[in-house]
Design a protein around this ligand. Structure first.
Ligand code: C2E
Ligand code: MG
Ligand code: MG
Ligand code: MG
Length: 291
């Protein structure tokens, strides 16, 4: 987890607290409690079509509203969840909140795709597809509007087992996405058999696009190959107009980043949609009806 990736509205990591065993143990106990007590919050970051700037989807990103320490970023507690067997519980909670929120939006006319991140361990959980199917059925959300993001390293850790889970999800109609593409050691050639529909260009490439001709060449090549494999390409970490223009020129399908919006709590995301509706006819908020 890259601390630099965290949003601005989070408190800093407290090494003292984690340096001592007592602090660590109490944090694990707190996290276990937090999951059931509703302290995990999901924020949503918009993904926009490069062509017309309309809303394509949102990525759900977890935060921990800690009673004392404030809003914590994923990098501050997901490693702990991972090492203490709490990752599946976190994932289920994020999925539950994301699908429930999506159902509310759909009822109000905002038909938006929602992407949820899966950890490597979750990808080996053979009970995940049935859980996802039940959740979607309960909320009457179509499977095709849910995207599950996995990293290439997670996919390649235990390829056979994770492929079975991805295929079962695909059979439901859920879309797969390869997150942080370019940071692992896999190539698109290795990934060509995977039943996924989206590839996310890692922020490190996006950030270097304008300054480094090699990053630009890699992005151009990746987009070309992805399109040949019928994959949608989403660039993450887009922070300025010039980068957006360059990605658009390269044929990137969608962009996500602070340029458009930071990850936002649902009400703030809805306000963001409404504000765009006010300034740009046909913009994402145009889909939102009041009430
Ligand atoms: P990710 O899936 O690659 O998510 C994108 C991260 O980049 C988010 O950080 C987001 O806030 C940040 N970001 C987005 N646009 C920009 C930008 O323009 N500039 C910069 N500097 N950063 C940007 P966040 O929310 O701190 O999440 C970090 C990582 O934690 C995620 O990376 C993902 O790997 C993991 N994560 C977050 N939520 C979950 C979850 O519910 N489950 C699992 N398993 N992992 C999660
Ligand atoms: Mg992601
Ligand atoms: Mg990513
Ligand atoms: Mg990333």
């Amino acid at each position: 987890y890259d601390a630099k990736r965290t949003g601005a509205s989070v408190v800093t990591f407290d090494p003292d607290r984690h340096g001592d065993t007592q602090g660590l143990l109490s944090t694990v106990t707190e996290l276990r409690h937090a999951i059931t007590a509703g302290q995990l919050r999901v924020h949503f970051q918009p993904q926009l079509h490069t062509g017309d700037g309309t809303l394509a989807g949102v990525e759900a990103l977890v935060r921990w509203q800690h009673p004392v320490r404030g809003l914590l970023a994923p990098a501050q507690f997901l490693p702990l969840a991972e090492t203490h067997g709490l990752m599946d519980a976190v994932t289920r909670e994020v999925l539950r909140q994301s699908v429930a929120q999506q159902a509310l939006w759909r009822r109000r006319g905002l038909l938006v795709r929602v992407s949820v991140n899966l950890s490597a361990g979750t990808l080996l959980d053979v009970s995940l597809p049935a859980m996802v199917a039940a959740l979607l059925a309960h909320h009457e959300v179509p499977a095709t509007s849910l995207v599950l993001e996995v990293t290439e390293t997670a996919l390649l850790r235990e390829p056979d087992r994770s492929l079975a889970v991805v295929e079962a999800l695909r059979a439901l109609g859920v879309q797969g996405s390869i997150d942080d593409f370019g940071t692992g050691y896999s190539s698109l050639t290795q990934l060509r058999q995977l039943p996924v529909s989206e590839l996310k260009l890692d922020r490190s490439f996006t950030a270097d696009l304008l300054a480094d001709p090699r990053a630009a060449a890699i992005i151009a090549h990746t987009i070309g190959l992805a399109h040949a494999l019928r994959l949608r390409v989403v660039a993450e970490g887009v922070e300025d107009e010039a980068t957006l223009a360059a990605l658009t020129a390269l044929g990137c399908d969608e962009t996500q980043g602070f340029l458009h919006a930071r990850p936002l709590p649902a009400p703030e995301f809805e306000a963001w949609c409404a504000a765009r509706r006010g300034t740009a006819p046909g913009a994402p908020g145009a889909l939102v009806r009041s009430g």
